[in-house]
Design a protein around this ligand. Structure first.
Ligand code: SAH
Ligand code: SF4
Ligand code: F3S
Length: 460
């Protein structure tokens, strides 16, 4: 049977888990004849894969829907039809409001229902009824989605192994938008990773909102830890690099730290959010760790893997945060030293406990604190990058850069690396010498144009 070709446009907001979900949604729609397009105006189906984490992120959606209304009207005037779908975390959190506020939307689908997408799209197109599916179904979306189709892959891929969160930090919407913690079974992950590796993927980043709380069912019917899962994945010969994100300090177990020492395929980079440096604020955030716990944890990780590059997430201006408490955040940053970091002004999110605290801070205070924090973080990132000058690193080249003949890749420490070289190096791990370190990337000369075997890469 042949299906007529239809066009699908997906715009992705938010975290890497949404990037992964977008790929899976595109794959789910392929059997119904949908082919990806970069042109929203030509699409039969438009999906916005949304993020609810901060106010700015979710407000973007409504302005985007205004733009899509014009696209849809124009297409209708030409006799065409566009189905507009809102997916992702705003869909989950505000599904009914979207339907009420944005008549342009035909379909709202939450992150746990993507395996039902083809059927929902079919029904929305056929009946002309506006549909909403924001259940947390019993059946896992992963089991319901078609196997990954991986014709030609970029050298680096995401793979979601865990979803949802039971931690309930008081500022955060994720437990409400993604639901309870769920870990995919080991066999399912190994099969997916092997398919990706067979398609030429060299590096996989395992994803989860709480990836180090992973506890999926192993082949022995026991619950496996992330450390066990990583060790198993390291045994896939053609897979050369592994990473995982995002980790919670409380779930950074000894066996996981040990894998950083023992597995050369596990890259020396760890994203470990601490959010705030004051113990009072950490308690109010329900983080369940102190600043000192974090420092001691970092010490243990660095003992296991001395060159590890640390990255973090920080929130400034949590309700009631005093100047001194903010200073404690700066102090913790100074004590740890990060290679990279993401920092945000606190954003009150509907339905979260912190949003109803009456000690919300003025925007100007948050702006000033964020600027001071970012100045410190930028300086740390710059000195980390500069310190790489003159060293040799193994870089996985991923794509062409903006300049002619320029390639862009990633160092083991996840820095973007630019070098001049032939396109044939894309997809290979190549020895380079770093000639300059900038604020956001490194410049390098290529030392040898043959793919570095694992042992040689690890020895650099
Ligand atoms: N699961 C991860 C983070 C998920 S959200 C973890 O626990 O670390 C990514 C980051 O967004 C968080 O680490 C936090 O720094 C930030 N964030 C979450 N909610 C926020 C809010 N209400 N306001 C500002 N930043 C927020
Ligand atoms: Fe949000 Fe906290 Fe869960 Fe991270 S651990 S997703 S910040 S509730
Ligand atoms: Fe945003 Fe949802 Fe990810 S709220 S950060 S897209 S889990």
């Amino acid at each position: 049977m042949t299906v007529s070709s239809k066009k699908l446009f997906i715009k992705t907001y938010g975290c890497q888990m949404n990037v992964y979900d977008t790929e899976r949604m595109a794959e789910a729609m392929a059997p119904a004849g949908y082919v990806l397009t970069g042109d929203a105006g030509a699409a039969d189906l438009i999906i916005l894969n949304t993020c609810h984490i901060r106010e700015k992120a979710s407000e973007k959606i409504y302005s985007e829907l205004g733009r899509l209304r014009r696209i849809k009207d124009l297409r209708r005037s030409e006799g065409g039809k566009t189905i507009i779908c809102v997916a992702g975390c705003v869909a989950q959190a505000e599904g009914r409001e979207i339907i009420a506020r944005a008549p342009v939307v035909d379909l709202v689908v939450g992150p746990q229902s993507y395996h039902r997408l083809p059927d929902l799209v079919l029904r929305a197109g056929r009946d002309g009824r506006r549909l909403i599916d924001t259940d947390f179904p019993e059946d896992s979306k992963f089991a319901g989605l078609p196997e990954r189709t991986v014709p030609r892959r970029a050298p680096s891929a995401f793979l979601t192994v865990q979803e949802g969160c039971d931690k309930f930090c008081t500022f955060c919407v994720v437990p409400y938008t993604r639901g309870v913690e769920y870990s995919r079974p080991v066999a399912e992950i190994v099969a997916e990773a092997s398919r990706l590796a067979d398609a030429g993927v060299r590096e996989i980043t395992l994803l989860g909102q709480n990836v180090n709380a992973y506890h999926g069912e192993g082949p022995d019917a026991e619950s496996w830890s992330l450390a066990q899962l990583l060790t198993r994945l390291c045994a896939i010969d053609t897979l050369e690099r592994l990473r995982y994100t995002t980790s919670h300090p409380r779930d950074m177990s000894d066996d996981l730290i040990a894998v950083h020492a023992s597995e050369p395929k596990l890259m020396p980079y760890l994203h470990l959010p601490f959010q705030a440096g004051s113990d009072r604020i950490l308690a109010a955030m329900n983080r369940k760790h102190s600043a000192d716990d974090y420092l001691r944890l970092v010490e243990r990780i660095r003992e296991a893997r001395p060159d590890i590059a640390l990255s973090t997430d920080i929130i400034v201006g949590f309700p009631g945060e005093t100047d001194d408490e903010f200073e404690a955040t700066l102090e913790l940053v100074r004590e740890v030293t990060f290679a990279q970091a993401y920092s945000f002004k606190y954003s009150a999110r509907p339905g979260t406990p912190a949003a109803s605290l009456d000690s919300q801070l003025p925007a100007a205070v948050m702006t000033e604190r964020l600027a001071r924090l970012q100045e410190l973080l930028n300086a740390q990132q710059m000195s980390f990058n500069k310190a790489c000058t003159g060293t040799r690193l193994a870089v996985l080249f991923e794509k062409h850069g903006r300049r002619d003949g320029q390639l862009v890749g990633r160092s083991p420490y996840l820095q973007a690396v630019h070098a001049s070289g032939p396109g044939t190096l894309i997809g290979n791990i190549i020895e380079v010498e770093i000639v300059a370190g900038g604020p956001n990337s490194l410049e390098a000369d290529i030392i040898s144009d043959t793919h570095l075997p694992l042992e040689a890469a690890a020895a650099l």
